[in-house]
Design a protein around this ligand. Structure first.
Ligand code: FE2
Length: 193
């Protein structure tokens, strides 16, 4: 379940209602979707997408998404460092970034505006069961935790897929991902990918 950290205030927010309220104040939408009682989160991608079709179709209708896929990252994924480096620099997208986490975990940093208008950076650690939607044009970046494992459903408006627009002078270098949730246990690979 998602946890929020605000480094400048040495503040940590946990608990579903508090996290959701903080994120809503900053324009970030969060939901919890069912996991094992719907489908084995390690099932093949086609089964995952079929199992969550009602939620995916609703998001597509609401957000103008046309495609969904399942991304799988393991510590031994080829070229993992190069892939992670692309996510880990401050960037924006021209569409909402919507992710539903099936396995593993990771940290989104958001460089946004607080309700009082001040510039702010905060981190959202997401894990299995979390759906997060980062609105288009929001400055953000993403890191895995030390276990370097995540499996997530992604939705796209643009069929060409994930396209970052990097922010000049991005502030990402001043922040490290701080992961608190349960680590992925190697060997729980299941049927995936
Ligand atoms: Fe992104």
């Amino acid at each position: 379940m998602a946890t929020v950290t605000v480094p400048a205030e040495a503040r940590r927010i946990s608990g579903l209602e508090a996290v959701r309220a903080f994120l809503a104040d900053h324009g970030i939408h969060h939901e919890i979707w069912p996991l094992e009682d719907r489908v084995d989160p390690a099932a093949p991608a086609e089964r995952i997408l079929a199992a969550y079709a009602p939620e995916i179709d609703e998001l597509k209708a609401r957000g103008g998404f046309v495609t969904a896929d399942v991304i799988d990252v393991y510590p031994d994924t080829p070229n993992l460092d190069a892939m992670l480096a692309k996510f880990a620099k401050e960037h924006t997208h021209t569409e909402d970034e919507v992710r539903f986490i099936l396995q593993g975990r990771g940290v989104f940093h958001i460089h946004g505006t607080a309700p009082d208008g001040a510039d702010t950076v905060f981190a959202i650690e997401v894990g299995a069961g979390d759906l997060i939607s980062v609105p288009r044009d929001t400055k953000h970046w993403f890191d895995l935790c030390d276990d370097r494992r995540i499996r997530a459903i992604r939705l796209f408006q643009d069929t060409s897929g994930w396209t970052p627009h990097y922010v000049e002078g991005g502030v990402h270098e001043g922040y490290m991902p701080m992961c608190l949730g349960p680590a992925w246990v190697p060997g729980s690979r299941g049927a995936a990918p």
